[in-house]
Write a protein that binds this ligand. Structure first.
Ligand code: FAD
Length: 312
């Protein structure tokens, strides 16, 4: 027998947590499912400096505060939830959680965000946890006083590299283009940081080592010259892919695997909404995820009100 809620939110990042705050505050029985702990990618962020009203907050603290706020309004959380069978098409949607229960609700908010893109090199899996990392906040400590490389050239790469320099001896930023794809201020900060150096127009070709990572090899795109950068760790920030594989065949996805929505964040399935980095959109930030969570929850509220009216 499935446990019934008014709304099920899948994904406890900023988008899902915001949707849960709005829904539970409106007295809807709300369940939040996450395959990990609450917070999402915010947990990977060393310092958040662009969340309005909080000039400087750790990502982990921000995620915890959002979760506590949703819980204070009565939202229930189920972490480390391994999703099984899915029925989103029926008016009463069903989501099974392996080794747990099945849950039903007329409304589902999909907020499963994104995961780090990988380089796709052999050594990447082998050295994961032994030199290869996607999270400076989580793993920076392991490389105190050591030399590391940071792969990428967007805001995340530059900001996380700068944060790493509080711990590491040096960080070499290896980027594929001749210009960074980051805000001017982030580039300026990085350029004047004495612990950062730059290798531009590089294709990363290998991650070398015996038991642990010892070096990154890269090739200059125009000259073909190979550079070997000796490092104990490499941090990879080359973008994110949406966590939507599990939704194939259930809701419309675009060619990049992002969930297709309308202005009210409705998917092509009635009663199913999508919010945050998992949906098709241009800018992926905490504030845009939070805004999405709000819109999806308000649109879901209208949907629930319509259902109640038609049942009366
Ligand atoms: C290193 C880094 C630094 C960043 N710095 C900033 C910054 O300073 N400022 C800023 O505004 N933005 C920053 N961002 C971007 C910001 O973190 C994201 O845009 C935001 O977290 C997206 O929120 P979300 O809720 O859509 O998804 P996410 O934060 O990705 O959360 C999705 C959640 O869904 C869960 N999930 C995924 N798949 C499933 C599944 N199948 N079943 C159940 N649960 C699932 C995940 O475990 C996760 O908890 C940064 C991102 C990174 C990676």
């Amino acid at each position: 027998m499935a446990t019934r809620y008014d709304a099920i939110v899948v994904g406890a990042g900023p988008a899902g947590l915001t949707a849960a705050i709005y829904l539970s505050r409106s007295r809807f029985r709300t369940l939040v499912l996450d395959r990990g702990a609450a917070g999402g990618q915010v947990n990977l962020t060393h310092e958040v400096a662009n969340y309005p009203g909080l000039p400087s907050v750790s990502g982990v603290a921000l995620g915890r505060a959002m979760r506590a706020q949703a819980q204070s309004f009565g939202a229930r959380f189920l972490g480390h939830a391994d999703l099984g069978r899915l029925d989103l098409a029926s008016p009463e949607k069903t989501i099974e959680v392996l080794d747990e229960d099945a849950f039903q609700a007329p409304v589902v908010v999909l907020a499963t965000g994104g995961s780090p893109r990988t380089l796709g090199l052999d050594g990447e899996t082998r050295f994961k946890g032994h030199g290869v990392s996607y999270c400076a906040t989580c793993d920076g400590d392991f490389f105190s006083g050591k030399d590391v490389a940071v792969i990428g050239g967007g805001n995340s790469a530059l900001e996380e590299a700068a944060a790493l320099t509080a711990q590491v001896r040096s960080a070499t930023i290896i980027h594929e283009f001749d210009q960074f794809q980051a805000h001017a201020w982030a580039v300026e900060e990085a350029r004047k940081n004495p612990k950062l150096s730059f290798l531009m127009e590089q294709t990363v070709t290998g991650l070398r080592g015996a038991e642990t990572l010892e070096a990154v090899t890269s090739v200059h795109k125009r000259s073909g010259v190979t550079t070997v950068t000796p490092v104990s760790g490499v941090f990879i920030f080359i973008g994110y892919a949406p966590n939507t594989k599990w939704l194939e065949g259930h809701v419309a996805l675009n060619e990049r695997g992002e969930i297709v929505v309308d202005e009210s964040l409705r998917t092509d399935v009635p009663g199913v909404f999508a919010a945050g980095d998992a949906r098709a959109k241009r800018y992926r930030q905490i504030t845009t995820a939070v805004a999405d969570g709000t819109v999806a929850a308000l649109a879901a509220t209208e949907y629930l009100a319509d259902l109640a009216r038609s049942a009366a």
